[in-house]
Design a protein around this ligand. Sequence first.
Ligand SMILES: C[S@@+](CC[C@H](N)C(=O)[O-])C[C@H]1O[C@@H](n2cnc3c(N)ncnc32)[C@H](O)[C@@H]1O
Length: 336
Amino acid sequence: MRSEEIYGNTFYNGDCISGAGAHIPNDSIDLIITDPPYGINGDRLHRHYNRDESFVIDGYVEVAAADYGEFSRRWIREAERILRPGGSIYIVSGYTNLYHILHALRETRLREVNHIIWRYNFGIYTTRKYISSHYHILFYEKPGGKRTFNLESRYGALERGPDNRSPNYSDREDVWCINRDYKPGQVKNKNELPTELLAKMIQYSSNEGDLVCDMFLGGFSTAKVAVGLNRRVTGFEISEEIFERKIEEMREIQPGYLLPTLRRPETGAPKNRGRPWTDTERETLISRFNQIIESGETKKRAVETLGEELGRGRWAIEKMLKKEGIAGNRRVYSRR
Ligand SMILES: C[S@@+](CC[C@H](N)C(=O)[O-])C[C@H]1O[C@@H](n2cnc3c(N)ncnc32)[C@H](O)[C@@H]1O
């Protein structure tokens, strides 16, 4: 099987089932992100999308609908074998053959973590039914090790938006609204996944230096984003035509090039988080709260100031104030 090495990352032009069997050792991959052929005559997908076919690369290899179940079982068994214990796998799938993928997953030891809905723009336009505008992303783990989940890789747990809602919470809800990349005039593979979608999975589920695998490279989108975020990467693409073209683009990708574009989350847990409150601390909390309110500040501001002074989070301060009998903005006096 032909392979190319770029910055120490190996890409294979061939079938991922036999290719993984021959080249990828057991338990060696930290994260798999993959988007298998859909088994729905994908080589004609452009007709649904009204695309200008001259910009869509030829050579996409589809799997016959009748073979899809067995095909899914075979590549998912390989995915299970190569994933390290505690490793994560994200599989992007349409609805039509989702049951085959779910069935194949259930024949392995892989365990469901989340079923994510990816809602995108440019759904297939219809007039006599609802417009289809989502894909399924099955997020599974291989049991037996610690799974990487970087809780604060994108938003700090204590950050608040202008509406006082937690962006960390919203970012981790299981419906993701992410637009497809719009690439007018550029030659692309069918179903290229957007950078934002791939970056999100990679940030939460891997660290720099980890090894990411895409069993169906297509436009090499996973590989490009993984390298851009300083991960190592490997993968397979069966089509010679696609491989030849996309491997050239891959050579242009500089390791880490996406890192400066990432948002910096505000992390840093308060220094006394989780420690039991002492009597002195509770006295200080009440007397300082009263002083701050008397100086004309709001309760919200008082809580922020006390959080900084006492090295505690907002919720901890509010909970203790309530316990000490403070309601709303009202001054209270220490009971001691
Ligand atoms: C849905 S596309 C992947 C798109 C990719 N995620 C992207 O963002 O560009 C699936 C790709 O798998 C390739 N493929 C089909 N059967 C394969 C196999 N057995 N092994 C490796 N690649 C295969 C197809 O040629 C196609 O390029």
